[in-house]
Write a protein that binds this ligand. Structure first.
Ligand code: SF4
Length: 337
């Protein structure tokens, strides 16, 4: 694995067992997370992005399980670790910030005690005094006044609680922070401040961040690269500059056209036709074909490979594999919508 790759996800599949049958919420997904980058993971609700985020920490239980693939984090395949060994990775090496931090913070524990206890659990050799000083310095760096450490989570605002969650990851010197819709419950001003803070921390601590969001505008603001999921599949990955300037996959093109833009002459916002498919019975071939304005005959028959279109800009679309498409099924008919 090249040195600049912190996390290499290969052919990951996660299934939920339901009464109606197995549902693949993440289906044969491969993705690299590079050291020191902010990678934005976007897609509609239910496309599998949060399931993917949890799978990176092997956090699934109950009806969900990883049924295939490799999770190589910093040179180690986490799939080879027992579930007993995983708590050493969670928090200390990979931190997670959830949409609602109240679900992660203990409502009856003061913030300082939570931070101190977390540091001491992972580093039993650290004294209480040292853990407290470290917690104190960190939250202050994140803009929370020292006195507030004595408060309980419910006494803090949503933005402050999110900063506490980040400070937990930093306190343990996590190499990767997975932030799952961290700004959804914040108002726009607090959201902007939180995104600025993420950028600063990335630079200051060399942090690697996987930012999961349905908001492509958030990705444009802070991410270095973007990965786009559709119906449990990865459909496009590239730098923010490349993808925003020249999106390759028709789904990504639709997402970008749906973003309001005050610089353009108004008119109605673009609305992507159709509905996201059921993952219980996903469409054959390319899963986007029932909604795609460029659909060709081959699209409903065969799934396109996920491969480079230019350099390290990858997409899964027959439009860029026309030579193969034409060889496979003869001349293709293109129907523009
Ligand atoms: Fe559209 Fe076909 Fe590309 Fe799928 S493979 S996005 S249906 S052109």
């Amino acid at each position: 694995m090249p040195d600049d790759i912190l996390y290499s996800i290969r052919n990951l599949t996660v299934e939920y067992k339901t009464r109606a049958g197995a549902v693949r919420a993440v289906d044969d997904v491969s993705l690299d997370i590079r050291r020191g980058e902010i990678l934005g993971l976007v897609g509609e609700s239910g496309c599998g992005k949060s399931t993917l985020g949890k799978a990176l920490m092997r956090l699934h239980d109950g009806p969900a399980s990883i049924t295939g693939g490799e999770l190589v984090f910093d040179g180690r395949n986490l799939m080879n670790l027992s579930l007993r060994e995983m708590p050493d990775i969670r928090g200390a090496e990979i931190g997670m910030v959830f949409q609602d931090p109240m679900t992660s913070l203990n409502p009856v524990q003061r913030i300082l005690d939570h931070l101190t206890e977390t540091i001491q659990t992972h580093e039993p050799e650290t004294s209480i005094a040292t853990a407290r000083t470290r917690a104190d310095e960190l939250v202050e760096r994140l803009g929370i006044r020292h006195e507030r450490l004595k408060e309980y989570p419910h006494q803090m605002s949503g933005g402050m609680r999110q900063r506490v969650m980040i400070s937990l990851a930093l306190a343990l010197r996590a190499k990767l922070v997975i932030a799952d819709e961290p700004t959804t419950s914040l108002d726009v001003i607090v959201e902007a401040k939180f995104l600025d803070l993420l950028k600063e921390l990335q630079k200051e601590f060399g942090l690697t961040i996987l930012l999961i969001t349905h908001n492509i505008g958030v990705v444009a603001e802070v991410a270095d690269r973007v990965a786009v999921m559709y119906a449990a599949k990865m459909v496009e990955v590239g730098t923010v500059q490349d993808v925003f300037a020249d999106a390759k996959h028709p789904y990504t093109q639709g997402l970008l056209k749906s973003v309001p833009n005050i610089k353009l002459d108004s008119g109605d916002l673009y609305k992507m036709g159709g509905q996201p498919p059921s993952l219980l019975h996903p469409p054959s071939g390319c899963r986007f074909h029932p909604r795609c304005p460029f659909v060709m005959d081959i699209c409903s028959v065969q799934e396109p490979a996920f491969e480079p279109v230019i350099g390290d800009h990858l997409a899964s679309c027959w439009l860029y594999q026309k030579a193969v498409a034409e060889k496979t099924t003869g001349k293709q008919e293109i129907r523009h919508g």
